[in-house]
Design a protein around this ligand. Structure first.
Ligand SMILES: N[C@@H](CCC[C@H](N)C(=O)O)C(=O)O
Length: 280
């Protein structure tokens, strides 16, 4: 007997995922489904698969799988879309709710107009400098230091938002051949678990233009955790203010790294594209 599974296609700043409500449907092998359904020609087409679930410690839970099937610890854009989904589907009436993720519990603040979630702010927690693994196996931090892959050398800053990010500041981000250079740094030996790679151009103290090569998904239109990591790296390197607009291919996110709490807040859209049904 074939199982029919309803899914919802949503995106945050153009970072699109397939969402399945596991309160209703069981996905036995999410890794393989993420790979199969993310294909733009033979599947639905997306940056990956997100499972919305129950939780014993939060209002809901999230699991996120990249397009290559690898599971990630956290997804900023998807967390906003989950807030939209659970409110508009009537699974909650709360406009402040908690989401269990592999990188801890996140708090979501929904902006609602006439029953529609128009914007979401997520408390993304405290950033950390991501430890890199050196050739001798020792660990170190990377703050605006040379990192080379292939014939390329850039100054990189490694930041963790629950998932790893390598933020590279450049003078002209549009001149970066992301499809060629991104994977070289995704697989850099500094990052045995691979890394998300952000190329960022400072526009002003309040604005950064960023493009991203995501671990496990390649070029995406936006990355929420990547936008947070970019803002943190920009502040650490004294390039921007603590509240900054990160402008990506798919749109902007507003990031605030609060100096009192050291928490990072991400604010942006959450868009429902369509609903569909698949046979497992
Ligand atoms: N696009 C997401 C990040 C998804 C996971 C990432 N590719 C990883 O493997 O860490 C976001 O919006 O944060």
């Amino acid at each position: 007997m074939t199982n029919r599974v309803k899914f919802t296609k949503m995106h945050g700043a153009g970072n699109d995922y397939i969402y399945v409500n596991t309160l209703k449907y069981t996905i036995e092998d999410p890794e393989s489904f993420a790979k199969k359904w993310s294909c733009y020609r033979t599947g639905i087409g997306s940056d990956g698969l997100v499972l919305i679930g129950s939780s014993s410690v939060a209002d809901f839970s999230m699991r996120i799988f990249n397009a290559d099937g690898s599971e990630a610890m956290m997804c900023g854009n998807a967390s906003r879309c989950i807030g939209k989904y659970v409110f508009e589907e009537g699974l909650t009436k709360k406009t402040v709710l908690t989401l269990e993720t592999l990188s801890g519990i996140k708090e979501l603040f929904l902006s609602v107009q006439d029953g529609i979630v128009t914007e979401v702010t997520v408390d993304m927690g405290n950033p950390k400098l991501e430890e890199v693994t050196l050739a001798d196996g020792s660990k170190d931090i990377l703050v605006y230091q040379a990192v080379s892959a292939g014939n390329y050398t850039f100054k990189g800053t490694a930041v963790s938002m629950g998932n790893p990010h390598l933020v590279i500041f450049v003078d002209a981000v549009e001149e970066i051949d992301l499809a060629k250079i991104g994977p070289l740094f995704e697989y850099h030996p500094y990052f045995p678990q691979r890394v998300n790679v952000e190329f960022a151009q400072i526009i002003s103290k309040k604005e950064v233009r960023m493009r991203v090569w995501e671990r496990g998904s390649g070029i995406t239109s936006a990355c929420g955790t990547g936008a947070c990591a970019t803002a943190v790296a920009a502040v650490i390197n004294q390039k921007t203010d603590r509240e900054v607009k990160i402008v990506m291919d798919g749109g902007p996110l507003t990031i605030k790294w609060d100096s009192a709490t050291q928490k990072v807040f991400m604010t942006g859209d959450a868009v429902k594209v369509y609903e569909g049904e698949l046979s497992l």
